[in-house]
Design a protein around this ligand. Structure first.
Ligand SMILES: Nc1ncnc2c1ncn2[C@@H]1O[C@H](COP(=O)(O)OP(=O)(O)OP(=O)(O)O)[C@@H](O)[C@H]1O
Ligand SMILES: [Mg+2]
Length: 401
C-alpha cells in the first residue's frame, strides 16, 4: 500500500518555490512580519516597517515571499484585511522607470483578475484602477522615443507610480483594507540593469507613499553579494528597510525541512535521524540541496523507512543525478575562462580563497563574474568560497577526467 503512496506523492520539489504548507524554520523573520502587519492594521498611526531579505542563491528568498502571502491570506485572514503582490524583477522590467512602473501595476492587476481570496469589491477597485494603468501601458508602447536607447532614460517619466499607488490605496482603504504588501523579488536587477538613479527613485516613491499615509509594507529580496553595493549606492534606500539575512539551516531546521512535508501530507515514511544527520552534513543545511536530495530519496526508497543503509546505497545515484542536472548546468553557464578558473580553484584545496591564490594575471574580474552567476560566494572583500562543497566534489571529478 505504501508503495502506491510513494509512487504517487512526492512532496519535495527543489525546482519551484517551497509550498507554504511545508515552509520550515525562519521563525524570527515570520514573527517580525506577523507582528508588523498586525500592529499596522490595528492602528491608524503605526507605519509599517519595510523588510529586506538578503541571502545567497537557493536559500529561500522567493519562498519566504510566498510564505508571507500565505500568512496574509490564510493565517491572518480573520484578523487582517490585506492585499499583496509579488513582483519578480527581471532585467527586462528594469530598463527604465516607465517599464518598471507599468510592469508592477500590470502584475498587480493580473494577479487580482485571477483567483484571489479577497472580497469582490477589492477586485473591483483594482479592475477600475487598472483601466488607467492599461492606458499608460499603451502610451508607452507607442512612444517612439523608447526605441532609441540614448533617449530612453529622459523619455520615461510618464507613469506616475506614486500617484497610481496612492489612488489605489485611498480606494482600498475606503473598502476596509488595512494594509498592502508589495514584494519586490531580486532587487539587484535594478542595480545591474536599471536606469540611472533607480534606487533613489524607488526610495522617493516609498517615502512619499508613507508620508501621504498609504499603508504599504515593502519587502525586497536580494543576493548577499549585492547588498554592500546597494548599500553604498543607495544608502538612503537601505535605511528604509529592516534587514534580515537568511542562510543555511542548522540541524533542527534541516530536520524540519525533511519532516514537515511528510507530516503535512500524512505520508507514513520515517527518515531516521542518522539519515537526516547525513543529509545535513552533505548539504551543510542548504535548503535547495536538502529538498533536492529528499526528492530522490523518496523516489527511490523501497519501503516506508529510510535508514542509513538505504541512504548509502542511494548515495551514488543521488550525487550522479545532482551532477548531471544542477552542476552540469551551472558549469555550462560559465565561459571557457571561467571554467578554467573553477577547475584551478578546485585544485587549491582551500575552503576560502582569493584571486591572488591563482597564479598568472589578475583574476578579479572573473571572480566577480562567477559570483554574479552564483558559482562563487563572496564572503568579504577579496575572499571567496565555492557555491557549495558538493560543487567542489563535481569539479574534482571533472578534473580527474
Ligand atoms: N524555509 C523553507 N522550507 C522548506 N524549503 C525551503 C525553504 N526555503 C527554501 N526551500 C527550498 O529551497 C529551494 C530554493 O528556494 P527559493 O527558490 O525560494 O530560493 P531563493 O533564495 O529565492 O533562490 P534564488 O537565489 O535562486 O532566487 C526551493 O525549492 C524550496 O523547496
Ligand atoms: Mg528567488
Amino acid at each position: 500500500m505504501t508503495k502506491m503512496t510513494k509512487m504517487t506523492s512526492n512532496p519535495f520539489d527543489a525546482r519551484g518555490v517551497a509550498n507554504p504548507k511545508y515552509f520550515a524554520n525562519r521563525g524570527n523573520l515570520l514573527d517580525f512580519f506577523r507582528e508588523n502587519v498586525m500592529s499596522c492594521s490595528k492602528s491608524k498611526i503605526t507605519r509599517p516597517d519595510n523588510i529586506a531579505i538578503i541571502g545567497n542563491w537557493g536559500v529561500g528568498k522567493t519562498s519566504t515571499l510566498y510564505k508571507f502571502r500565505d500568512i496574509l491570506y490564510n493565517e491572518m485572514e480573520n484578523d487582517v484585511s490585506a492585499f499583496s503582490v509579488i513582483f519578480p524583477l527581471k532585467p527586462s522590467v528594469c530598463i527604465n522607470a516607465d517599464t518598471f512602473a507599468s510592469s508592477l501595476l500590470d502584475t498587480l492587476s493580473k494577479h487580482y483578475s485571477v483567483s484571489m481570496p479577497l472580497k469582490n469589491r477589492v477586485k473591483d477597485v483594482i479592475k477600475e484602477e487598472s483601466k488607467v494603468w492599461e492606458k499608460w501601458r499603451l502610451e508607452i508602447s507607442f512612444n517612439p522615443k523608447l526605441q532609441r536607447k540614448e533617449e530612453k532614460e529622459e523619455a520615461c517619466r510618464n507613469v506616475d507610480l506614486t500617484n497610481a499607488l496612492l489612488a489605489l490605496w485611498r480606494k482600498l482603504e475606503d473598502n476596509g483594507i488595512d494594509i498592502g504588501v508589495i514584494m519586490l523579488d531580486d532587487i539587484h536587477y535594478l542595480l545591474t540593469e536599471g536606469w540611472k538613479g533607480s534606487l533613489y527613485d524607488l526610495r522617493t516613491d516609498i517615502q512619499t507613499l508613507s508620508a501621504e499615509g498609504a499603508k504599504y509594507l515593502f519587502v525586497f529580496t536580494g543576493p548577499t553579494f549585492s547588498y554592500p553595493e546597494i548599500h553604498e549606492i543607495g544608502e538612503p534606500f537601505t535605511r528604509l528597510f529592516e534587514k534580515f539575512e537568511i542562510g543555511n539551516f542548522d540541524f533542527e531546521g534541516t530536520k524540519e525541512v525533511i519532516e514537515k512535508p511528510l507530516l503535512t501530507e500524512d505520508l507514513n515514511i520515517k527518515i531516521s535521524d542518522e539519515v537526516i544527520k547525513r543529509i545535513y552534513d552533505l548539504t551543510e543545511g542548504h535548503p535547495f540541496f536538502i529538498v533536492y536530495i529528499m526528492r530522490d530519496l523518496i523516489k527511490k526508497i523501497k519501503d516506508d523507512v529510510a535508514d542509513i543503509e538505504d541512504f548509502d546505497k542511494l548515495y551514488n545515484y543521488i550525487i550522479e543525478h545532482l551532477t548531471q542536472t544542477k552542476f552540469h548546468d551551472d558549469f555550462n553557464k560559465a565561459s571557457d575562462a571561467e571554467r578554467e578558473l573553477l577547475l584551478k580553484i578546485s585544485e587549491l584545496n582551500k575552503e576560502v580563497f582569493s584571486p591572488s591564490d591563482i597564479k598568472g594575471r589578475s583574476q578579479t574580474k572573473l571572480f566577480e563574474r562567477l559570483t554574479k552567476k552564483d558559482l562563487l560566494i563572496k564572503i568579504q572583500r577579496g575572499r571567496y568560497k565555492l557555491c557549495h562543497p558538493l560543487f567542489l566534489e563535481y569539479l574534482t571529478r571533472m578534473n580527474s577526467l
